[in-house]
Design a protein around this ligand. Structure first.
Ligand code: AMP
Length: 379
């Protein structure tokens, strides 16, 4: 078992949100210890970790101290600088490696990386200033989507532009920073593939997941997306190809747009477990979180088969507006599972938890999870 980090060892997680929390559950179940590092105290991951280090990611003395205490470092939050990961890497292996973060934390680098290797991406133009924006809009046409190049997720740092008249305002909204203008895709559906790859280069995935968004934020995810078999095969091949091209050790999610004529376009990569893969915790032989533990520790991967048709619905802070949600109502359906992330304040738009429901098929599972969520605010 050379190179294997065996149970009993300590895994360090950069970031301390819900992804780290579910990772910590999986790691502890396998007998590992977990340390978490972020600027936040009393965090979702910290509640379950053996040690919660509270410091800024730029505090390299603190990063070095953290990395010295652990056997491997992974992350649940990818917007940390290369100075931070390079510093950690001097004391412990960092998986996935710094190159993966470098590509995935910058839209432009990510798109160019994918395009150069022949993966299909949304048509785009790189922008340095407002003059670039006008010429790019002329070429791509309207509507188009303006996105900041760095540090964007869940629709943050984005603006849809529908005419020349809206360009200046959109440029202001995204903060006049380095940006990308993308063609607006009138997609048929949004799908994702969560995949994992081990140190030996073996890879696996959880199939094609159907994603429904509301206000640019994921709302409901249902595995076994109803797409033609050829499209499903292609999406999984693309995802595995991207993990291979990036030499990922760990988990990575590829988000796609599927057009009306069944073309797949990669929208975005997330080099970690993803919200669309949360159903795997309850519904798959091995969850995305357990697979991250196994891969970054050099253990063989577990099977990814679906145990039962399932569907997941996010619980945003908005649900708390009229008081504490009626958990008893949602859990009145015995085929519903509740996950809460331990966040103290329920701000609108904040991801507070999720529900997973099972059914005899994907449609029934989806209806049940949506009904269970609606029951939370049934007064
Ligand atoms: P992103 O942060 O890039 O994943 O975008 C969040 C959501 O905004 C996506 O899941 C889509 O629903 C929508 N969106 C982003 N880019 C585009 C686009 N080029 N065309 C149409 N919709 C988009």
């Amino acid at each position: 078992m050379t190179g294997v980090i065996t149970p009993g060892a300590t895994i360090g997680v950069l970031g301390s949100g819900q992804l780290g929390r579910m990772f910590a559950v999986a790691a502890r179940r396998l007998g590992y210890r977990v340390h978490t590092f972020s600027p936040v105290r009393d965090s979702p991951t910290g509640h379950l970790a053996d040690v919660e280090v509270t410091a800024n990611y730029e505090d390299l003395d603190a990063v070095a101290g953290f990395a010295r205490q652990v056997d491997v470092v992974t992350f649940e939050f990818e917007n940390v600088s290369s100075a931070t990961t390079d510093c950690a890497a001097r004391h412990a292996p960092v998986r996935p490696g710094a190159n993966v973060l470098h590509v995935c934390q910058h839209r432009l680098r990510e798109k160019r990386f994918l395009q150069q290797r022949g993966f299909p991406v949304t048509p785009f133009h790189a922008l340095r200033d407002e003059a670039d924006l006008e010429s790019a809009a002329r070429e791509l046409g309207f509507p188009a989507v303006l996105k900041t190049a760095g540090f964007g997720y869940d629709g943050k740092g984005q603006a849809v532009v529908r005419s020349d008249a809206e360009l200046a305002e959109a440029w202001r909204v995204i903060g006049r920073a380095e940006a990308v203008l993308e063609a607006f895709i009138d997609f048929r559906r949004e799908v994702s593939v969560v995949a994992a790859r081990g140190m030996d280069g073996a890879s696996c995935d959880w199939g094609v997941i159907d994603n429904e968004h509301r206000d640019h934020v994921l709302d409901v995810s249902t595995p076994l997306a109803p797409v033609p078999a050829g499209v499903a095969r292609e999406a999984r091949d693309i995802a595995r190809g991207i993990l291979e091209a990036l030499d990922v050790v760990g988990v990575l999610c590829v988000e796609f747009f599927l057009t009306g004529d069944d073309r797949l376009l990669v929208n975005e990569l997330a080099p970690r477990p993803h919200n669309s893969g949360h159903f795997t915790f309850d519904a798959s032989v091995t969850s995305q979180f357990e697979q991250q533990v196994r891969t970054v520790c050099g253990l063989p991967m577990g099977a990814t088969g679906l145990l039962r048709p399932a569907s997941m619905a996010n619980l945003l802070g908005d649900l708390w507006q009229a008081g504490e949600p009626r958990w008893d109502r949602a859990l009145g359906d015995p085929d519903v599972k509740l996950h809460l992330y331990g966040k103290a304040s329920a701000r609108p738009g904040r991801k507070m938890g999720h529900l997973v429901a099972f059914g005899t098929d994907r449609d029934e599972a989806r209806s049940r999870v949506v009904a269970a969520r609606a029951a939370l605010t049934d007064r």
